[in-house]
Ligand binder design. Structure first.
Ligand code: GLN
Length: 492
């Protein structure tokens, strides 16, 4: 297994290893694996090596390098960085290169991180398997016949395959946590507003949050400390979040009240349920008080989400009209150009969401659908608030099943949407939640445990995550698919 981000930063900062070496290792791993995994959509070798060289020069000059010095980082391809194309895995953005970098990218670079490439996703982050990418699906490094989850499947796979120690994804309804669970890595969705969305291509703006993937809880803690904080470029950014997350490792669990969310256990595979129960037992042994809790409102999460998210998407995606960005298919007038561009540029799922959202927002239906969904969103928030009177944090499955096979849910949108029943309610409430690898099923496929906390409860969430990691033995789950292992090691 590859080195962690904190190990790399220490080696580079102390001059024992160079940032260029680590960058080259990551770029080579991308080159070797991408034919099989398709985790990356683009790299910019020159820019990456140049950035790494700058870090090494700073070290040589005795200058202070940041907490992520020389750490290779991958970015989901819906985040902007100057010098890299941003496609959102859509044909409509083909060839578009952003004139600015996202705040998260600037923050990571300021701490010495070296970005190595843009990762694959479901088109515009709509999906749960990465099968909706216009550039082909990403494979699960643990079993190449299976999906890595989605929509941040490329970032999850890049970390699971040890190509990079750290990657960023975005989570609107589960797109960080579900792929993290399916590939056996850590994935975090922070409290809404804690991480700036400036430079993240918007899907559903009231739900979108950027967060880290890593193989250790400690690395995600470090990354979130780096990327969180107020940003005047994002009007929904929260002023005041100052977390101490890395320091939560080893803090005792004594007296922490943890609820297992009953509704999230319904309909899950037996092996997933067994993993959650085993994790609960370990938390009890560590001193926590674990009990079951019911939040019936969460049952309505999926229905409300599939009104709110498409509604916001239909509005956000109106900007891709063949005039300002990427693809343009000429018509006889502007209206026809618009239709032709969007017909050719968007994939089926994106079109489905635009139609759903436009319908839900249309005159006469607005109150019945969008208004109602907003009320449900408030109810879900209240349901969580009630639970948090008796519990400090919650745990649950992340995904009802382990990684599924390609094609298994691709032709049935509803089956695909059900992948996110356990993750969507946190987005609607705006609360933080994360996936921590805990065990594997009988086929060796990873199972993650979801840890949920009230708004701004990241410190406690990480304390529990560290405890789960420790009780699981740490180090991720599921061994790499032998065919991938072979190309990664070059037969060595
Ligand atoms: N799978 C969900 C969807 O398709 C969530 C996606 C996400 O979190 N970006 O909308």
């Amino acid at each position: 297994m590859g080195k962690s981000a904190s190990e790399i930063a220490e080696l580079v900062a102390s001059g024992r290893r160079s940032a260029v070496e680590f960058a080259e290792e990551a770029l080579d791993a991308i080159e070797r694996s991408n034919g099989i995994l398709n985790a990356f959509l683009s790299v910019n070798r020159d820019l990456t090596l140049e950035a790494a060289g700058r870090i090494d020069a700073m070290v040589a000059a005795g200058e202070k390098v940041g907490r992520l010095a020389g750490v290779p980082v991958a970015l989901k391809d819906n985040m902007c960085q100057i010098g890299f194309d941003t496609t959102c895995a859509s044909k409509i953005l083909n060839g578009w290169s952003p004139p600015y970098s996202a705040t998260v990218v600037q923050k990571m670079i300021a701490e010495g991180a070296v970005t190595v490439g843009k990762t694959n996703l479901d088109e515009f982050a709509m999906g749960s398997s990465t099968e909706n990418s216009a550039f082909g699906p990403t494979r699960n490094p643990i079993d190449l016949e299976r999906v890595p989850g989605g929509s941040s499947g490329g970032s999850a796979a890049a970390v699971a395959a040890s190509i990079v120690p750290l990657a960023l994804g975005s989570d609107t309804g589960g797109s960080i946590r579900q792929p993290a669970s399916l590939t056996g890595v850590v994935g975090v969705k922070p409290t809404y507003g804690v991480v700036s969305r400036y430079g993240l291509v918007a899907f559903a703006s009231s739900l979108d949050q950027i967060g880290p993937f890593s193989r250790t809880v400690g690395d995600s803690a470090l990354a979130l400390e780096v990327i969180s904080g107020w940003d005047n470029m994002d009007s929904t950014s929260y002023d005041g979040a100052k977390f101490s997350l890395v320091s939560q490792q080893g803090v005792p669990m004594d007296g922490v009240r943890i609820g297992i969310v009953k509704e999230f256990m319904d309909g899950c595979d037996e092996e997933v349920l067994a993993a959650v129960r085993a994790a609960a037992e370990q938390l009890s042994k560590a001193g926590a008080k674990v009990d079951e809790v019911s939040i019936p409102e969460t049952k309505l999460g999926l229905s409300a989400y599939y009104i709110i998210a498409p509604a916001e998407a239909s509005s956000n995606l109106a900007r891709f009209d063949g005039v300002r960005f990427g693809l343009r298919v000429e018509g006889s007038d502007i209206a026809e150009t618009n239709v032709k561009t969007r017909t050719a540029g968007f994939g089926d799922e994106v079109k489905r969401r635009i139609m759903l959202g436009t319908y839900a927002l249309s005159s006469g239906y607005y109150d019945a659908y969008y208004g109602k969904a907003q009320q449900v969103k408030t109810m879900i928030k209240r349901g969580f608030e009630r639970a948090y009177r008796d519990f400090d944090a919650l745990i649950s499955p992340v995904s009802p099943t382990t990684a599924f096979r390609f094609g298994e849910r691709a032709s049935n949108p509803l089956a695909m949407y059900l992948s996110d029943v356990c993750t969507i309610p946190s987005n609607l409430a705006g609360h933080p939640a994360m996936s921590v690898p805990f065990s594997a099923d009988s086929s060796g496929l990873p199972i993650g445990i979801q840890v949920l906390a009230p708004a701004l409860g990241e410190e406690l969430m990480f304390r529990i995550a560290f405890s789960i990691e420790r009780s699981s033995g740490g180090g991720g789950f599921g061994s790499l698919d032998p065919a991938l292992e072979e190309v990664m090691t070059g037969g060595r």
